[in-house]
Write a protein that binds this ligand. Structure first.
Ligand SMILES: CC(C)(COP(=O)(O)OP(=O)(O)OC[C@H]1O[C@@H](n2cnc3c(N)ncnc32)[C@H](O)[C@@H]1OP(=O)(O)O)[C@@H](O)C(=O)NCCC(=O)NCCS
Length: 186
């Protein structure tokens, strides 16, 4: 996928002073300057250091957080190293070359139609870079990735308690489709 450069427009570039953009429209006004590009080997350590953030929201009590992190690290490391050839990892890089976040994408087969859909396996924005449009930019890059590959839909899974992630997805127009119920029998 080609690099996508995102720039912060001048504050009066698109919105007349005093007018608020309508909800659901991203005019990039508050976005931090960044580019989205495929991960390279130099990104490996930084990406893996962000992986524990996936479990930082407070998983349900029947989940072992250390096990969750170990599994996520293994899966993301495989995606980064090319051991999972269908997987793609994109990173968001700031003006100064700093790693702002990453997204891990792969195809997934739809149970009902058998079609290949795009799937967001993981997305993390560095804690200090949150609230600046990085998550949105990574998700928009994921949608471009999915469209380029002809996937008719983009899917993802999210824990019920992960309020920030659910707010991001809902803000971008994603709708909940399936709810997984769990009863701890131990
Ligand atoms: C979820 C996450 C990726 C969001 O990244 P981010 O860069 O802070 O998100 P953005 O700044 O692009 O926010 C985009 C929209 O999401 C919503 N949003 C994001 N974080 C939010 C929060 N904490 N509370 C409420 N809404 C939030 C907002 O509506 C925002 O849109 P707006 O600013 O136009 O109103 C980030 O919090 C994160 O890395 N969390 C830890 C890892 C994780 O849980 N990943 C998801 C796994 S399923």
């Amino acid at each position: 996928m080609p690099e996508v450069a995102l720039r912060k427009p001048a504050s009066d570039a698109r919105v007349p002073r005093g007018l608020k953009p309508p909800r659901g429209t991203n005019l990039g006004i508050d976005s931090r300057p960044m580019k989205i590009r495929p991960a390279e080997s130099r990104d490996g350590m930084g990406v893996l250091a962000l992986v524990p953030q996936l479990s930082a929201f407070g998983p349900p009590p029947w989940r072992d957080v250390r096990q969750m992190i170990a599994t996520d690290e293994r899966v993301v490391a495989a995606a980064l190293s090319g051991l999972a050839p269908d997987s793609t990892v994109l990173v968001a890089e700031g003006d100064g070359g700093e790693l702002l976040g990453f997204i891990h994408l792969r195809p997934e087969t739809d149970y009902f139609t058998g079609q290949d859909l795009g799937h967001v396996a993981d997305i993390v924005v560095a804690p200090e870079a949150r609230g600046q449009g990085v998550g949105r930019a990574l998700m928009e890059a994921a949608e471009a990735w999915a469209r380029e590959r002809g996937h008719p839909m983009l899917t993802l899974n999210v824990f019920v308690e992960n309020a920030a992630a659910r707010a991001l997805y809902e803000r971008l127009g994603y709708q909940a489709e399936l709810i997984k119920y769990v009863k701890d029998l131990r």
